[in-house]
Design a protein around this ligand. Structure first.
Ligand SMILES: [Zn+2]
Ligand SMILES: [Zn+2]
Length: 116
């Protein structure tokens, strides 16, 4: 499990490899994220609200996002761009782009064996 007391993690490189996002961190650690996992952690208000509603079994009548989309099913990352010096934003296949992923968040959801 990733330790919050570690120095603030900074990515050295970002790369899209197939559908996956590969991040190499400054300390040499490498993370490979599946898009559905990243999307499931989208920190924007819309996705947080949608996830809360999904958990409460109350589908959004406006259907801004389906539960599947909120869960990140089969959603590709089209592009990404840095936000300031501390975060990255993804542009998703459905043009969703309001989620700003703080590097700490990104680091904390590394799915590799060592981090879990
Ligand atoms: Zn979102
Ligand atoms: Zn890891």
């Amino acid at each position: 499990m990733w330790d919050e007391t570690q120095a603030v993690a900074r990515p050295a490189t970002f790369e899209l490899i197939g559908d996956q996002l590969a991040v190499r961190w400054e300390n040499g650690h490498e993370s490979f994220y599946r898009p559905e996992d990243l999307r499931a952690h989208c920190p924007c208000a819309l996705c947080k609200t949608q996830r809360a509603k999904t958990q409460a079994q109350q589908p959004d009548p406006l259907r801004l996002l389906t539960p599947e989309q909120a869960a990140g099913a089969a959603m590709r990352i089209l592009a990404y761009e840095p936000v300031g010096r501390y975060a990255v934003r993804f542009i998703w296949e459905d043009r969703h782009d309001t989620g700003i992923y703080d590097f700490r968040l990104l680091r904390s959801i590394c799915p590799c064996e060592a981090c879990r």
